[in-house]
Design a binder for this molecule. Structure first.
Ligand code: PLP
Length: 390
């Protein structure tokens, strides 16, 4: 009889919460475009606006500042490219984009693209060996010529190693010079105390909080100029066009609400489980190192390096043993690539490639960890026999 795999990849996507499922299914049978003026349209509009208000209240902003998107990637793209273009359009000296070196590809790639295609002058901000932004670098970069900075983008918490960034300090520095700050809070919303009112722009994603895939939002401070990327019917304040996905938006709001309500208890439970996972793995297998900030860290993430192993081999052997996790970074054309996050933290490429991200979420249990620890020694021994590619 096939057993259900142990799921340790909640940072990639976490199961739908029952509250979200109920909200989505209630809407799926309904008709009505929220932009239509008739009764069915107005009913759908009401659902969308109540969802917007609820999300805004949980994030400490006003409803008019929440723009629905197709997920975290679109939210990040809209913020990074849209703010850059608006700022540069208003003053052509503003060509610099300051971005942390550990951003998710949803920010990293649009920033790089602005450098290649729109002559943005990009500076990657260094992090320390725990993955934490070095504020003095940001300070230096801004002070060099504040009037030339189009925007700063620093994620709230890292998706690979879990390190939480000093967002309040970054926001204060940016505010001092009137420079907009975008933060990718995809991993933070629903888990950390996120007050979106402290930044100018913030991205969130449905499927990371127990909502559906393919929906998210960007919170844009009132008065912040942003050039749209998608043109059309002008839904979403003319910043983002496209018929709104009412069921998904209702599911997103339900998931955000549910994750805010049980946040305190869940975070405490996740932290305990994660600490037990790390302690048990360290006690069971030799040559394991924990990466990231052990204190200022997302409660559900354990990022570990296994000396003498290839991360991909570990991942596939664990999968075969019924445990699902992630490398936390992409593979390019079948060739294992060291993660840009780990390299930015100063790790050598071989150690970086030997790493795994084990991430817990709202459905995780102690039994998941017991199963991991049961299968891990044999998996690591086998991966070590296969060795590392150089
Ligand atoms: N930003 C971070 C930090 C993420 O972890 C992810 C997803 O892995 C994204 C952005 C992209 O979000 P989405 O999957 O909704 O496009």
């Amino acid at each position: 009889m096939a057993t259900t795999p142990v799921y340790l990849d909640h940072a990639a996507t976490t199961p739908l919460r029952p509250e979200a499922l109920a909200a989505i299914t209630a809407e799926l049978g309904e008709v009505g475009n929220p932009s239509s003026l008739h009764a069915s349209g107005r009913r759908a509009r009401r659902v969308v606006e109540e969802s917007r208000e609820s999300i805004a209240a949980h994030l400490g902003v006003s409803a008019g500042e929440v723009v629905f998107t197709s997920g975290g990637t679109e939210a990040d793209n809209l913020a990074v490219k849209g703010i850059y273009r608006a700022r540069r359009g208003a003053d052509d000296r503003r060509r610099r984009v300051l971005a942390s070196a550990v951003e998710h590809h949803a920010v990293l790639d649009p920033v790089q693209w602005l450098g290649d295609a729109e002559q943005a002058d990009v500076s990657w901000l260094a992090v320390d060996d725990l993955g934490r932004l070095r504020l003095e670098w940001l300070e230096k970069e801004i002070a060099a010529a504040p009037e030339t900075v189009a925007l700063v983008t620093v994620m709230w918490a890292n998706n690979e190693v879990g390190t939480i960034q000093p967002i309040a300090e970054v926001a204060a520095l940016c505010a001092e010079h009137g420079i907009p700050l975008h933060t990718d809070a995809v991993q933070a919303v629903g888990t950390l105390d996120v007050d979106a009112g402290t930044v100018d722009s913030l991205a969130l994603s449905g499927h990371k909080v127990g909502g559906p895939h393919g929906v998210g939002a960007v919170v844009l401070r009132r008065g912040l100029a942003v050039e749209p990327l998608i043109h059309g019917g002008g839904q979403e304040r003319d910043v983002r066009s496209g018929t709104l996905d009412t069921p998904a938006i209702a599911g997103l709001a339900a998931a955000v609400g549910a994750s805010m309500r049980d946040r305190g208890e869940r975070v405490e439970r996740l932290r305990e489980l994660r600490d037990a996972l790390v302690a048990d793995v360290l006690a069971t297998v030799d040559g394991v190192t924990r990466n990231g900030d052990p204190h200022d860290c997302l409660p559900g993430i354990a990022h570990l390096s296994f000396e003498g192993c290839e991360g991909d081999a570990l991942l596939l052997l664990l999968d075969a043993a019924g445990v699902e996790c992630s490398r936390g970074s992409a593979c390019s054309a079948g060739v294992p690539q060291p993660s840009h996050v780990l390299l930015a933290m100063g790790m050598d490429p071989v150690a970086a490639r030997s790493s795994l991200r084990l991430s817990l979420g709202h459905t995780s249990t102690r039994a998941d960890i017991d199963r991991l620890v049961e299968v891990l020694p044999a998996v690591v021994a086998r991966a070590r026999r296969a060795g590392t590619a150089r």
